[in-house]
Design a protein. Structure first.
Length: 357
């Protein structure tokens, strides 16, 4: 059965990779992207899809109830993949209110609209309706060195305004299933990396700074651990869940790749040294600089993805070595994508975060 999909946040990092994945693997399905094009959204990333008959891009805010209502109805949407969010922890520390607005109020608006809409979808056609709420492992808080990885039953303990707002939105998605029967599914995923990642996040920031000969700022002692997943593997997991996941369930998604930040940065330096020619500073490790720590910085995240593996048969396919090489190569070859993003707004943000280090 061909689905009719609304992707929120489809011009962002994971959203755009997901839209590309979906259009490639389900070429006959209707895809509508709703994205406000905040600083993190980039319509250029979807430029190659603009001429497709069954693709539509709408610039708009997920908090705009009448816009969401009309899109769901007009496009006869049966599946929502909700990826729109304010997503950067450091920005949530500088200004949390946009996080509450988009992540909590925006998710609430979408859930309300979908609650009213989905019962009327293809009433005679037995179509599967799903509201996929894409969330993060950060809602579970921080792990000690010996703690077991997060499972779907780990209690929530968010530590940043970002993760608190995501936790709030997860609770709403869960409640709409239990109270109203809305077919929501929640995913909690570990750190993604890959193409089209906005320059403010660790891996693109390091790649771009190496290419520009700028310092590589490592927070605190660099011993914080993240569990890295190649974004295309995340997209495949979301696709599997849309088709086979059970409404009302939560699935953890992770890469089984726990790496200390400082080790990751050193690996990136080595890859860049080997792939890049005419780099401003070499070896790139010379650029590593320890800077003031992020307030409330979570020490370690790790995902136990046993459930999605056992129940839905998903597991990551890209090794971290392959994924990091492909990513560094992508930033080397796609200056025209990232250079325009280093705007005045970005420089101002950068100074705020890194200047008093
Ligand atoms: P991103 O910041 O790259 O993209 C977010 C997109 O949402 C942008 O295109 C932006 O324009 C859009 N957006 C923001 N506010 C909006 C609004 N009010 N209305 C409509 N669109 C709006 O984020 P990402 O890294 O692609 O993350 C996508 C989702 O996945 C988020 O929910 C995030 O919490 C979650 N997640 C991210 C990661 C990661 O490592 N990046 C890991 C796990 C989960
Ligand atoms: O775990 C999933 C989360 O991963 C997602 O929910 C978030 O949307 C996503 O941004 C990401 O959050 P992190 O805070 O883990 O990602 P970030 O890339 O900002 O940082 C990764 C690690 O690197 C973290 O320990 C902080 C550190 N760091 C980051 C930056 C930007 C540095 O040491 N220096 C930096 O300049």
């Amino acid at each position: 059965m061909e689905s009719r999909l609304l992707v929120t946040g489809g011009a962002g990092f994971i959203g755009s990779n997901f839209v590309h994945h979906w259009c490639k693997t389900h070429p006959n399905h209707q895809v509508v992207v709703l994205d406000a094009l905040t600083y993190a959204g980039n319509k250029e990333t979807l430029a190659d899809l603009q001429d497709r008959e069954n693709f539509r891009f709408v610039q708009g805010d997920i908090c705009d109830r009448s816009l969401v209502d009309s899109l769901l109805k007009e496009e006869d949407i049966d599946t929502v993949a909700h990826l729109a969010a304010e997503s950067h922890v450091d920005r949530s520390i500088l200004g949390p209110s946009a996080f509450v607005q988009t992540n909590v109020v925006g998710t609430f608006t979408l859930l309300e609209a979908f609650k009213n809409h989905y019962p009327s979808v293809g009433q005679n056609a037995n179509r599967r309706c799903i509201f996929l709420h894409v969330s993060t492992d950060e809602v579970y808080g921080s792990l000690g060195p010996e703690d077991p990885a997060f499972t779907e039953t780990t209690p929530y303990a968010p530590n940043s305004p970002y993760s608190a707002s995501k936790a709030g939105s997860d609770h709403l998605a869960r409640a709409y299933y239990h109270t109203y029967g809305v077919p929501t599914i929640i995913t909690n995923c570990s750190n993604n990396y890959g193409p089209y990642h906005f320059p403010e996040k660790l891996i693109p920031l390091m790649c771009i700074n190496m290419l520009l000969g700028k310092q590589l700022p490592v927070y605190g002692d660099g011993q914080n651990i993240r569990d890295w997943l190649y974004v295309i593997d995340h997209c495949q997991a979301l696709d599997t869940i849309i088709h086979k996941g059970k409404p009302g369930e939560t699935y953890n998604i992770g890469g089984n790749n726990e790496v200390k930040n400082i080790d990751l940065v050193k690996i990136l330096c080595k890859i860049m040294d080997s792939l890049g020619s005419d780099l401003p500073v070499q070896p790139c490790e010379k650029l590593i600089t320890f800077v003031k720590d992020r307030p409330g910085h979570d020490r370690r995240y790790a995902i136990d993805a046993t459930k999605i593996n056992n129940e839905l048969g998903w597991q990551p396919s890209v090794t971290i070595e392959e994924g990091l090489c492909q990513t560094v190569e992508w930033y080397l070859n796609n200056r025209n994508w990232w250079e325009p993003l280093l705007s005045e707004e970005y420089q101002t943000y950068y100074r705020k975060v890194y200047s008093n280090s």
